[in-house]
Design a protein. Structure first.
Length: 308
């Protein structure tokens, strides 16, 4: 008999379970699938936004969006299109019911346990296909799955020593990207990091003030060079972007920080006539210090071990 057995709502960045339906099957296969659920929840930030894991008699499907993943366990013969329609329905209801800010700041497991009622009702509807509305249009989901099929995770990948770290962008034939990577948590902030962040903000503010002064001078004197204004504002943008890279994880983060530092150096070289050597030294040194702190603050290697 094809049916949905259980479902869970999990936060992507750390695998914190927000809500989950219960199942009463204590068979060996179900116990094994619970282990897969736990392993997958720890690796969501490294996986594409739509995946399927086939484990013999059962399938685990999930979708991720806005930092939240919706996971479900069903029998192997349950239709894929219905499985992802079920997950899509959970996603829409959760997004409209809860503020994403509360989701991101939740600190205890199953803090949205009242959502379990909706999961159970929806699971019952999808387990009784005859009671599903005949007007339900599955064509859109069928087309989407055909154009962007879910990434097929193998059990051997789950059992590898390095987890899913070897799954590359090219291996996923759907969106072509690992959507949850930006949600990777960084290591705790250190005192030098805070100092570099404040100094970068200061340099950005100084560049911004000088940029407005350059605009005033340009309006008063026709002979002024407008390129100085551009250089000041580019310097401001580079300093603020260094602050962003220090706080948030992005792809190619280290490369972006070096390119941003290069832009800071170029802007200060161009403004050589408007600044003395001490000012140039201060801006370039702060840029180099901020780049070093971005490089030192790496993503955390392990997610918290929640009892999923």
């Amino acid at each position: 008999m094809s049916m949905i057995l259980s479902a869970s709502v999990v936060r992507v960045r750390d695998g914190l379970p927000l809500s989950a339906s219960t199942d009463y099957d204590q068979s060996t296969g179900m116990q094994e699938c619970r282990k897969y659920f736990k392993m997958l929840s720890k690796k969501l930030s490294q996986l594409p936004d739509r995946c399927t894991l086939k484990t013999g008699q059962y399938n685990i499907n999930f979708i991720s969006s806005l930092g939240v993943s919706y996971m479900m366990l069903c029998t192997e013969n349950y239709p894929s299109v219905l499985a992802f329609c079920f997950l899509d329905e959970l996603q829409k209801e959760f997004i409209t019911t809860y503020n994403m800010m509360k989701t991101n700041t939740a600190i205890r497991p199953y803090c949205f346990i009242e959502f379990d009622n909706f999961i159970q009702r929806t699971k019952q509807r999808y387990n009784n296909t005859r009671s599903l509305s005949t007007k339900m249009n599955l064509a859109d989901m069928q087309t989407e799955i055909k154009l962007r099929p879910p990434y097929q995770i193998s059990v051997s990948e789950l059992g590898s020593a390095n987890g899913f770290s070897h799954i590359s962008v090219g291996e996923y034939k759907g969106t072509g990207k690992i959507s949850a990577a930006p949600h990777q948590r960084l290591e705790p902030v250190t005192l030098p990091g805070i100092v570099s962040f404040v100094l970068s903000l200061l340099c950005g503010a100084l560049n911004l003030i000088r940029g407005f002064h350059a605009i005033e001078s340009l309006l008063q004197n026709d002979g002024e060079d407008f390129s100085y204004v551009i250089a000041f504002f580019l310097g401001t943008a580079a300093c603020l972007y260094q602050c962003y890279l220090f706080v948030y994880y992005t792809g190619w983060r280290n490369a972006k920080s070096f390119l941003t530092f290069g832009l800071i150096c170029l802007c200060n070289m161009y403004l050589y006539e408007l600044r003395n050597l001490w000012q140039l030294f201060f801006h370039v040194t702060v840029g180099a210090f901020a780049t070093l702190q971005i490089r030192l603050r790496q993503p955390q290697g392990k997610s918290p071990d929640y009892n999923v």
